[in-house]
Design a protein around this ligand. Structure first.
Ligand code: DTR
Ligand code: CA
Ligand code: ZN
Ligand code: ZN
Length: 316
């Protein structure tokens, strides 16, 4: 296990939990002594939703989707890249071919940190052809983007090197992420301490699922939700059905979050999380109704904050 939660991170965790418990802002919450530790920021839901609205507009202007090989995919990538470039990231577009069409991954490195210890957070940016792909997966794409922008706003100087990624052609079978992993040298693969995946984090009838993979990553997410008082369950709807599998298959520790797809919410799950039993977590999964109207704001907000929390903790 290569990821660890250091003393610095543990101090930050105490600050973060205290902030959650008091409901207060971070102002004045810094420790009285010791190194200057800053807790992960509260990711503004409005900023994440603004990205969703942009992805929705891009789909609407490009035939109703943001799928691999379609103009809405490249427009989505250009939107994310422009935000990252303006925020000081070093961005790279990686091109590949799948089903006879050109696809792209976008990689954004935050300058600094130990190049021998790299933490990667990613989300697939493509939709299916049948709809705009807002819960699947503008939500993960927007949360990773807004976390990257928060890193920039904070001027974060993490111990580890931070990398953010948006994958192409996930819907064709994890094509972009597999291409990325296969293109890494053995040495560069070994430098990746962990990969965090976010695919569907604003389902309309949400569950709070944490991937049961690397124990340190899993515990980091669980700690965040425990601080919120929100129970979680292990993700079981499709182990290996998203881009983390590309990393896991070559031995890289992985983790992630998920609010559910086409599986039905049980009575017990509705009792603990609210919502509707006997109904799909996302009844618009892979449909034309996967629009901004079908996103649960509370789930999106909690999960976006969890992304930032994990990035702050695991890069410390
Ligand atoms: N791969 C997703 C949907 C999906 C189904 N099960 C899981 C589990 C964990 C993450 C994602 C998923 C899609 O893009 O369609
Ligand atoms: Ca928030
Ligand atoms: Zn999908
Ligand atoms: Zn997806």
């Amino acid at each position: 296990m290569k990821l660890s939660v250091s003393g610095r991170a543990a101090t930050a965790a105490v600050v973060a939990v205290a902030t959650v418990l008091t409901g207060g802002s971070l102002a004045g919450a810094a420790p009285a002594s010791g190194p200057s530790v800053l807790a992960a920021p509260d990711i503004p839901l409005a900023n994440v939703k603004a990205h969703l609205n942009q992805f929705q507009s891009i789909a609407t202007a490009n035939g109703g989707n943001r799928a691999h090989g379609r103009t809405g995919y490249r427009a989505s990538l250009d939107y994310v890249k422009a935000k990252l470039d303006a925020a000081g990231f070093t961005t790279t577009i990686q091109q590949f071919t799948s089903s006879g069409q050109i696809g792209y991954n976008l990689i954004a490195d935050w300058p600094g940190g130990d190049p021998e210890q790299v933490v990667v957070a990613g989300a697939h940016l493509d939709s299916v052809t049948s709809g705009p792909g807002i819960n699947d997966n503008a939500t993960g794409s927007a949360a990773v983007l807004e976390t990257a922008l928060a890193v920039s706003r904070a001027g974060l100087t993490p111990t580890k090197h931070l990398r953010f990624a948006w994958w192409g052609a996930e819907e064709l079978g994890l094509v972009g992420s597999r291409y990325y992993v296969n293109s890494l040298t053995a040495a560069n693969r070994a430098r990746i301490d962990g990969y965090l995946n976010f695919d569907m984090i604003g389902s309309s009838n949400p569950g709070y699922f944490v991937y049961d993979d690397d124990p340190v990553i899993e515990q980091t997410f669980k700690n965040y939700f425990t601080g919120l008082g929100v129970p979680t369950e292990i993700e079981t709807e499709g182990d290996g059905r998203s881009d983390h599998a590309s990393f896991k298959n070559v031995g890289i520790p992985v983790g992630g979050l998920f609010t559910g797809a086409s599986r039905l919410k049980t009575t017990a799950q509705a009792a603990k999380w609210g919502g509707t039993a006997g109904r799909a977590f996302d009844s618009c999964y892979h449909s034309s109704c996967d629009t901004t109207a079908a996103v649960n704001d509370t789930a999106l907000d909690r999960n976006s904050d969890a992304v930032a929390y994990a990035i702050w903790e695991l890069s410390d």
